[in-house]
Design a protein around this ligand. Sequence first.
Ligand SMILES: Cc1cc2nc3c(=O)[nH]c(=O)nc-3n(C[C@H](O)[C@H](O)[C@H](O)COP(=O)(O)O)c2cc1C
Ligand code: SF4
Ligand code: SF4
Length: 258
Amino acid sequence: MEQKYCAIYLSGTGNTKFCVEKFVKLLDENAPIIAIEDEAALPALKNYEYIVLGYPVQYSNAPKMVREHIVRNAALWKGKKVFCLATMGAFSGDGAGCSARLLKKCGAFVLGGLHLKMPDSVCDSKLLKKSKEEKIEIIRRAEEKIERAVLQIRSGKYPQNGLGSLPHLVGLFGQRLWFYGKTKRYSDKLKIDKARCVGCGVCESICPMKNLTVENQVAAPHGKCTMCYRCISGCPQQAITLVGKEVVEQYRLENFIS
Ligand SMILES: Cc1cc2nc3c(=O)[nH]c(=O)nc-3n(C[C@H](O)[C@H](O)[C@H](O)COP(=O)(O)O)c2cc1C
Ligand code: SF4
Ligand code: SF4
């Protein structure tokens, strides 16, 4: 029987979108793939038996927007077979497990998890910065891992990255416990450099949380940032920062694929 897949994802700088699209299209080329902020498309997912949920890991946790979305739409997940795909810059013990545990509480059956290392999206920090060639190589390896995972699934075995009690402990003690305060709530730490901002409205139009508005020709954040880094990497004036004090190198996946 043909499996009816669909997918939903959060992606700030394009990594997760790219990985989810590649993974899901290999499983089912007709699968609908929707961005998490596209609330209008959500009801259609009820008709699908299999759902792939993708997101970037933040401080070894699922982003606040994703966690909240799962709980708010508990009825959607009930009885569904869900596969959790988590992208990350370096490490997460249980990046996929963080959503898997919530999904199970909502009555979903979690089929498996996939962890994919991708270029780091924190563009206002010097940590983990890589050359263009290194980024291209990281992306190539992730693509290979996706292809292997799909072959494994076709043979009836779902990868289990980040699921189970050992990864849970590694994620918890490796990072989440020490950084939980960072992802517990939405962030109110987004900073706009008013001297740089020209009020172009790009950030307002792309934020999945609708956290930014342009007032009097300057962007203003409203304390509901899910730390996706889309606006920080997309601002033409490099006027937005969150973790660091200045933008080191804006990152968008589309600049590294042909
Ligand atoms: C606020 C923040 C925290 C992050 N924390 C982690 C982390 O704990 N471990 C890790 O490996 N990557 C971490 N990353 C890197 C992202 O998970 C990674 O680059 C991801 O692929 C970005 O996906 P996207 O382009 O779909 O947003 C973090 C990124 C951000 C913005
Ligand atoms: S994208 Fe940058 S320059 Fe444009 S309004 Fe937002 S902060 Fe200002
Ligand atoms: S304010 Fe920027 S970093 Fe925060 S959620 Fe919106 S687009 Fe993402």
